[in-house]
Design a binder for this molecule. Structure first.
Ligand SMILES: Cc1cc2nc3c(=O)[nH]c(=O)nc-3n(C[C@H](O)[C@H](O)[C@H](O)COP(=O)(O)O)c2cc1C
Length: 375
């Protein structure tokens, strides 16, 4: 399974794990893969704490950080970062409140709502170009961070130049071959081709179609990782056959013992089928593939208010989500997952997942070689 990107980054196998959870990053990295911490919602201070924690546990191994560096941003909303709540139209808030009240979901205890809002405001700065720059600067103080991936297109030229000058691989997520070409031209050194099957913000093109297109668009100099729908070793073999140098998985780690989800949330993930992972805008205002629930569907129903722009929809949603989790209401619970959530059915450790993937990969390769011999 070893490919050139393993040598370049210093990992044993090309299994890249995207997670917001530092424990997952550490365990994947220790098991020979490459953990990437999703840092978009952290303040620089929080990120510093997380990276120190990871550094102390990965025994000198390399790992990565993923940030959202938007090329454009709603400047008006940014100026009002301290007063996000004021920007939410009363009709939108009333719609969400009525929905939860009709379902009998209690409000949050005193102080909790303010805490959630504060968290969003603190972290949200990290999704602005300036906020993302501060996160990148924080990551650069940690020499074990060998890759920084930008989630919304190529990072600005000065950030690309800075990362490259320090020997940190610059990666970017893409959902279309045209994006990959632009990113390559902007100096991005590794592309994550993310198909529509993926959990989180996702486009419309399937991994099977996207990966070879992006590989062709990038040329031999820029390695491509396949993302979206990968939970099995056979899918890793398929990704490598399509020209990718590795795989980038997100949904797979949500069911692990190390994941940030609690027991109630994991049960919802284990119960979800492929067809329950739908693309909806209720969570952030942009299309996110997530578990279908009464909450996600209410926003799609006739008479629902139009979605708010990012980050306002998220402010409304996060509070509702916290209420739903506290009330343990699986029927209202929506969390980002990909279609491959159907393969995440029980808790296992990250280490067990890593061993399983490699065993299944070997089985798949043997099957393929066997087919050749039969001819
Ligand atoms: C819960 C969750 C949150 C995610 N958040 C981000 C994010 O903040 N930044 C990002 O680049 N990708 C994010 N993604 C997408 C992943 O990086 C990855 O591309 C995707 O999970 C791969 O598809 P899979 O879910 O089928 O494994 C997220 C995915 C999940 C499941």
């Amino acid at each position: 399974m070893r490919t050139p990107i393993c040598r370049r980054l210093g990992c044993a196998v090309p299994v890249f794990a995207f997670s917001h959870c530092r424990d997952v990053v550490v365990e994947v990295t220790k098991a020979g893969g490459f953990g990437v911490l999703g840092a978009a919602t952290f303040s620089p201070e929080q990120l510093e704490t997380e990276l120190r924690w990871i550094d102390a546990r990965v025994g000198g191994r390399p790992y990565g950080v993923d940030v959202i560096i938007p090329s454009t941003y709603d400047v008006e909303a940014e100026r009002s970062a301290g007063d996000l709540e004021r920007l939410i139209p009363p009709a939108h808030r009333a719609f969400m409140d009525k929905l939860l009240a009709d379902e009998g979901v209690p409000p949050l205890p005193p102080g909790e709502r303010e805490r959630i809002l504060r968290e969003i405001v603190d972290g949200r700065g990290s999704m602005t170009p300036e906020g993302a720059r501060r996160l990148v600067a924080t990551a650069l103080r940690h020499p074990q961070v060998k890759m920084v991936v930008s989630a919304l297109g190529a990072p600005p030229p000065d950030v690309v130049a800075d990362l490259r000058a320090r020997g940190v691989v610059v990666g970017a997520m893409c959902g279309k071959a045209a994006h990959a070409r632009r990113q390559r031209d902007a100096g991005v050194e590794l592309i994550v081709a993310q198909g529509t099957e993926a959990g989180g913000h996702t486009g419309e093109i399937a991994t099977m179609v996207l990966v070879p297109q992006v590989v062709a668009a990038c040329g031999p100099e820029v390695p491509v990782l396949a993302a979206g729908g990968i939970t099995r070793g056979s899918q890793i073999a398929a990704a490598l056959a399509l020209g990718a140098q590795g795989v980038w998985c997100g949904t797979l780690w949500l069911g692990t013992r190390e994941s940030e989800l609690d027991e109630f949330e994991k049960a919802a993930v284990f119960a979800a089928r492929a067809e329950d992972a739908v693309r909806r805008r209720a969570r952030t205002g942009k299309t996110v593939r997530m578990i279908r629930s009464k909450l996600s569907e209410a926003w799609e129903a006739p008479g629902a208010p139009p979605y708010l722009p990012t980050p306002l929809q998220g402010v409304l949603y996060n509070e509702a989500h916290a209420r739903v989790v506290r009330a343990r209401r699986a029927d209202l619970y929506s969390f980002p997952v990909g279609q491959s959530v159907c393969d995440v059915n029980e808790e296992s450790t990250v280490r067990e997942v890593m061993v399983r993937l490699q065993t299944e990969y070997l089985d798949a390769m043997e099957r393929l070689y066997g087919l050749e011999e039969e001819e």
